[in-house]
Design a protein. Structure first.
Length: 428
């Protein structure tokens, strides 16, 4: 699989010829709505086994082999070039595919308005082949330990047909927001905890869940140890029932990080108790905040490296957004919220405004700026093949368990193409 960045003057025909693939293959792989509407700076995935490399000044088979982790002798044989022959600048070399990395993949799916839309069902069906877990969001717990279930439609069937396991997500959401009061009511009452665990086990068996995932956020700091003790109790029961247990963790960089989102999340203890965790490594750029990349590579790395100091890599799933934001400028705190949009929609917007897509090398994220019909300036940060490849490289470098996506229903075809090309995805 290859990533290609569209340059000025290029078209779909020329790109297909350069890589010896058909136009139809390019359109399908990238879900391009109109092949005549490519954007300068747009990233495309090229659906080939391995990749091509064009020789640059100063290159040799030895330096190219070092860059791609392939012996120069192998490159020589594959490309039928004598080992010591000087390489002509612009010569196309074939780089063979490298072995896939084992990984687990989760994706949350969030029905809205009390029902599952056809678009969401289609997205779940299309992406479940790439998943270890499909996670309907969410079961909202009540103060007495009872549960309000989300609409599930045919998610069980979709998961079963693709050998994906269902993940039961349990939250302390109330009226659309994470509630410290709901969390405290359950975590400080043994009766409510027992009711919750019993109800979770009953529902998990009824539906066929494989993992129970606790996403308790904005808890009171004084409930930190109560949350730890609850997880110990839940893990003992769930494991006895043959179920996995996992948690979602706020993106911390140190144990004593201040702030209500962070303080009740004890990385070391979660790492000791649960089977795996999902790090919420996104939302640095968020709808109500100043414009920036949603998941810049530097801060993502910092969170993961802290997590690695508290738990083994095989327990860590990196969180990843499947969306971007469109901010109106100038940014004013408390002003209009940025509009969320999918990577595909971002590209279409750039085309409609006739602006190129730029790439921030430090954040490893694409962005563009435009002016709307009312004369207001905007900046859009989103994800593309380059930014997700940077995350995949980080996963492989640090030996993580896998990746967890928030959330399905936002088209980002390049992500799934690259994921399948590089990872051997665990299935049940």
């Amino acid at each position: 699989m290859q990533i290609h960045i569209v340059q000025s003057g290029q078209n779909i025909y020329g790109i297909s010829q350069a890589y010896s693939v058909s136009i139809d293959e390019l359109i399908r792989a990238n879900e391009i709505p109109d092949p005549n509407n490519l954007v300068v700076g747009q990233s495309l995935v090229i659906p080939i086994q391995g990749s091509f490399y064009w020789v640059r000044s100063g290159d040799s088979l030895f330096t190219i082999g070092q860059r791609f982790g392939i012996p120069a002798q192998q490159l020589s044989e594959i490309n039928q070039i004598p080992l010591d022959t000087p390489l002509q600048v612009g010569l196309r070399l074939y780089i063979p595919p490298r072995p896939k990395t084992p990984a687990e993949v989760n994706a949350y799916v969030e029905p809205m308005g009390g029902e599952v839309s056809e678009a969401l069902i289609t997205s779940a069906r299309n992406r479940a082949p790439f998943l270890t877990y499909l996670a309907p969001f969410s079961y909202e717990m009540n103060r007495d330990g009872t549960l309000n279930a989300p609409p599930l439609d045919n998610f069980s069937e979709i998961a079963a047909n693709t050998n994906a396991g269902l993940m039961m997500v349990v939250t302390n959401l109330e009226a659309g927001a994470f509630s410290e009061e709901v969390g405290a009511a359950v975590l400080t009452s043994e009766e409510s905890q027992n009711n919750l665990i019993n109800n979770v086990v009953t529902e998990a068996k009824r539906v066929g869940y494989r993992d129970v995932h606790f996403d308790f956020e904005y808890l009171r700091v004084e409930d930190r140890e109560a949350y730890n003790n609850f997880l110990r109790k839940a893990a003992e029961r769930l494991h006895a029932e043959g179920l996995l247990i996992s948690t979602a963790l706020a993106p911390k960089t140190r144990a004593d990080q201040p702030g209500q989102w962070y303080e009740a999340h004890d990385y070391r203890t979660h790492g000791e108790i649960v089977d795996f965790v999902v790090l919420m490594t996104y939302e640095w750029g968020y709808s109500g905040g100043p414009p920036m990349a949603v998941s810049p590579i530097g801060p993502v790395r910092e969170v993961i490296e802290y997590a690695l100091s508290e738990m083994p890599a095989e327990k860590i799933m990196m969180g990843q957004n499947l969306y971007g934001y469109d901010w109106t400028l100038p940014y004013v705190p408390g002003g209009p919220y940025a509009a969320a949009l999918s990577p595909n929609k971002a590209i279409q917007l750039a085309y409609s405004r006739n602006v190129p897509i730029q790439y921030d090398e430090e954040a490893q994220a694409p962005f563009f700026e435009y002016v709307d019909d009312e004369g207001a300036e905007h900046v859009v940060w989103f994800e593309d093949a380059r930014s997700i490849q940077a995350k995949f490289d980080l996963m492989k470098e640090l030996g993580l368990r896998g990746i967890s996506y928030w959330k399905l229903g936002l088209p980002f075809p390049q992500n799934w193409q690259l994921l399948a090309d590089q990872f051997d995805i665990r299935k049940f």
